[in-house]
Design a protein around this ligand. Structure first.
Ligand code: ZN
Length: 262
């Protein structure tokens, strides 16, 4: 190999490496995305809030890139890990958060970039856009559209089903992948409602289709704890069999597993 062809090969390898997007499933609803020199955590929880029973196992939060950002859909503790984010973001990272939660997150000692609904925030080669969601307890919650390298992703936290999936699909689709909650949890209250507080497997498939997403990565499942927290039984199995019938591609990654989008 001549020096020139070696140089071309190295440049091509570098170009390919910098274009790929690595998506890693973290514990529960957490997702980690790495592109070029930037790592993005979404609803990442690396602290053991599950008393040793983290669904699928606990994955600690680690970043090997020079820039790190974290997004949260809302500030419930299974989506917002104050101490984990402080440690992994260090002195240089930011939490990008909807403006409703920005003061709270900043008051806990994290550096924040407040975001308005529908207004994209550009950092580290990524575009982050907060879009509406509906929290099962009436708290403030958004979903995040994440654009990078001409690919779009959507992280839906633990939202309820709502009427805007089609408009998200029309506005931002097609998506490369949607990270959607599937456990359809009923959470103990007085009186105990029959209605669920997060999306069911069927609703996740509906949302994925309306979003025009190429694939669905299920999040937020595997924590059945009756009578306090009751999930749709066998939610992952139901998702997989229904997705097959309806021709939806599902990537059920375990915590710590990755998929690479070239
Ligand atoms: Zn949750």
């Amino acid at each position: 190999m001549t020096k020139l062809s070696l140089l071309v090969a190295v440049v091509c390898m570098a170009a390919n490496a910098s274009a790929e997007v690595v998506v890693e499933k973290l514990t529960w609803a957490g997702i980690k995305m790495v592109h070029a020199d930037t790592t993005v955590f979404i609803d990442a929880v690396g602290t053991d809030i599950w008393d040793g029973n983290a669904p699928g196992g606990l994955v600690s939060l680690e970043s090997e890139t020079s820039r790190s950002y974290a997004l949260i859909t809302h500030a419930h503790n299974d989506h917002f890990d104050l101490y984990g984010l402080k440690e992994v973001l260090g002195e240089r990272g930011y939490v990008i958060v909807h403006e409703d939660e920005a003061t709270y997150v900043a008051s806990r000692g994290l550096r924040v970039i407040p975001a308005k609904l529908w207004v994209p925030v550009s950092r580290g080669g990524f575009l982050f856009t907060a879009v509406p969601a509906v929290d099962g307890f009436g708290d403030s919650q958004v979903s995040w559209v994440i654009s990078v390298d001409n690919k779009r992703y959507l992280h839906a936290g633990d939202t309820l089903w709502h009427g805007q999936w089609e408009s998200f699909g029309l506005q931002f689709g097609p998506f490369e992948m949607a990270f959607l909650p599937i456990n359809g949890a009923k959470v103990l209250r007085d009186p105990m409602p029959e209605s669920v507080a997060s999306m069911t497997p069927t609703q996740a498939i509906d949302a994925n289709l309306l979003l025009r997403s190429k694939s669905l990565l299920p999040i937020h499942y595997g924590l059945d704890d009756p009578p306090y927290y009751v999930e749709v039984p066998d939610n992952l199995e139901q998702l997989l069999s229904e997705a097959k019938q309806r021709e939806v591609a599902v990537h059920p990654l375990k915590p710590g597993e990755q998929v690479i989008h070239p």
